[in-house]
Design a protein around this ligand. Structure first.
Ligand SMILES: [Zn+2]
Length: 161
């Protein structure tokens, strides 16, 4: 059986889900109230969570490449995420370099807890331009999608909690 909140397989030897802590007795109850309780619980877990991408601007100065600025762009807040739906960032990244590029993403909880992840993305899959999307996966994790609707790659999971 899968946890109603985080979609992880759960066992009946535990009184709560080992990933998200949703009570086992709520998970085995089949009622619309327990479904609602699961949604409320997930929204509480993902309150104050935002997910996005970090972009860097470089300048060349005295023949040296120097980082000029770093910008965080939020793609989604935790409560915007629903299972089986990708939330896409508005920005279309154009003129991508050929080959493997680093995409830096972040998961932020509250104002100060920020985790960043570097992901290698092979641009030869989609060429020229790409967008970045995110969706919620099992275990209250996020996966990022980079590319276009028909040609895209999916990243590993990053924890949202
Ligand atoms: Zn769970």
């Amino acid at each position: 059986m899968k946890c109603k909140v985080c979609h992880t397989m759960i066992s009946n030897s535990k009184s709560e889900c080992s990933i998200c802590g949703f009570p086992y007795k709520e998970n085995i109850r089949s009622s619309s109230e327990s479904e609602k309780a699961a949604i409320v619980y997930r929204h509480q877990k993902l309150a104050n969570v935002s997910i996005g991408v970090i972009t860097y601007d470089y300048i060349i100065e005295n023949e040296e490449v120097r980082l000029e600025s770093e910008k965080q762009t939020v793609i989604a807040n935790g409560n915007d995420l629903e299972y089986n739906r990708i939330v896409w960032c508005d920005k279309d990244y154009k003129n991508l370099p050929d080959g493997v590029v680093n995409v830096c993403v972040f998961v932020k909880k509250g104002a100060f807890n920020v985790r960043t992840y570097n992901m290698e993305v092979d641009t030869s899959t989609f060429k020229d331009h790409a967008r970045i999307g995110v969706f919620i996966d099992e275990g209250l994790t996020a996966r990022f999608i980079v590319g276009t609707p028909d040609k895209r790659i999916m990243t590993d999971r990053v924890s949202l909690i």
